[in-house]
Write a protein that binds this ligand. Sequence first.
Ligand code: FPP
Length: 236
Amino acid sequence: MNNEIIIPKHVGIIMDGNGRWAQERGLARTVGHKTAIATLKELCIYMADLGVKYASLYAFSTENFKRDSKEVDFIMNLFIKVFNKEFDFIKEKKIKVLFSGRREPLPSNVLKAMDKIVEETKNNTELVLNICLNYGSHAEIVDTTKKLCNMYKNGEIKIEDINDEFIQKNLYHDLPPLDFVIRTSGEMRLSNFMMFQASYAEFYFPKVYFPDFTKEEFDKAIEIFNNRDRRFGGIK
Ligand code: FPP
């Protein structure tokens, strides 16, 4: 990729299609989730090298708890394993990990692994990896509204203090707006992912399932992003 290419500052990835990837190969859905980890690792290293500053990953939605409990248990154990062991490259690439989402009802061993990786990477200065786990945009807006109401009740803020910027700062994390949202597997939905942050994002829906979303696929995505005409509501 040459230097004239614009690299989006904040990329959101809805990692969809792990189950279908496996099922189409006659494999258990869990194999798809496992394979997704290798894809994700390659992608994070690539994004860090390209100079993406923030990447938000939709790892598990508040709604994903409705899945078969065996699959949910498998995914939770996979998270523990990944956050504890397989993320060595995170330290090497100076990636800072954050989590967005509700802690309830995540199992305590998952929370422990999450807290550990956040603590260990808190001083890192390169790519910020915002992992949306037990995340939902509606839940985030509800939680932020409650936080602001409490601040008001305690006399910490006035009604006039509330504006776009103030709301952004009081979401789960104060992140810049999403520039680019990629959802793999061809589904064209936001599915409760970072609705406030995605208000002016460009969207891209590649047909490949997430386990096949390689560096080459990311290059294609960046090319598509570069061909978009972003006007943010204005006229050129
Ligand atoms: C999406 O595919 C996958 C999930 C909702 C589960 C968990 C995500 C991962 C294992 C990716 C790794 C994430 C981190 C941060 C370690 P799907 O099961 O919805 O696929 P389908 O639509 O084909 O059923």
